[in-house]
Design a protein around this ligand. Sequence first.
Ligand code: C2E
Ligand code: CA
Ligand code: CA
Ligand code: CA
Length: 277
Amino acid sequence: LLPLGMAIAALLVGVVVWMSRRRLSPLGELTRAVRHREFVVHYQPLMELKSGICVGAEALVRWRRPDGTMVRPDLFIPLAEESRLILPITDQVIDAVIAELGPTLVADRSLHIAINFSADDIKTGRMLPLLEEKLRAAGIKPQQIWLEATERGFLDIEAARATMAKARAMGHSVAIDDFGTGYSSLQYLQDLPLDALKIDKSFIDTIGRGSATSSVTPHIISMAKTLGLFSVAEGIETQEQADSLIAQGVEFGQGWLYGKPVPAAAFAAFHAQNKAT
Ligand code: C2E
Ligand code: CA
Ligand code: CA
Ligand code: CA
């Protein structure tokens, strides 16, 4: 009997080891990541360009795998969107913002955090009541949370309009992300209740280069003004770009010139050094 028992035990151990070593499919791995909450959020400073004051940050998700490697969002967000795992990932980003920066947001009401929402988030709008409840519990004002959505979120234009109107009624500001990279931006501008345009990095890159698209950037900026929207420039890397944007009246910006995305504690320290006095 003893040898048989040992054989069965060995077999069981073998199965457990095999199961734990087995390579999961990318979707299987992402599902596990959601279940084990393997996502971390980094924060990139958002500056008021003219004054050089830090007014907030954009929350940018990363996937920290069990072996410690960090995976960039552009490598897993598409799969997350396709599989709708983006919905629980968005929830985890919201939870991270509140857990990591809640006290800082309560202590400084002029601090804002911009959160990225995917097409499914915008289409369903399901995150809004949850967000409202979580913010209230933490004592954070909805005005302190900005929503960013790309044009992919507007395919169902009626649903997008409803979600954005609800978000604004709650007190959030809403921005079109990566503005200018889609196909029908102008239509969206007319149809959606918006507060801000986030000018894509590809346009900022052209500043000072005398290329064809560099002549488009001033028009995007003046269009935002005509529509009463504020603008945010992303991917500012040089002082020359910053000076040009300031001269053109762009209110806010972010980029490596000011700071890369960093963990919450490093951002809070940066903000303490660069906030309005
Ligand atoms: P995005 O929303 O356009 O975010 C800006 C990206 O540009 C970030 O890349 C940021 O790190 C990078 N960046 C900022 N300043 C500079 C600069 O001066 N130079 C250069 N070369 N790059 C700069 P990241 O963090 O890799 O995010 C990539 C994209 O992944 C984001 O683009 C966004 O579309 C998506 N993403 C990130 N976090 C989330 C999230 O929580 N939810 C959703 N749905 N999407 C997210
Ligand atoms: Ca964004
Ligand atoms: Ca962007
Ligand atoms: Ca972009």
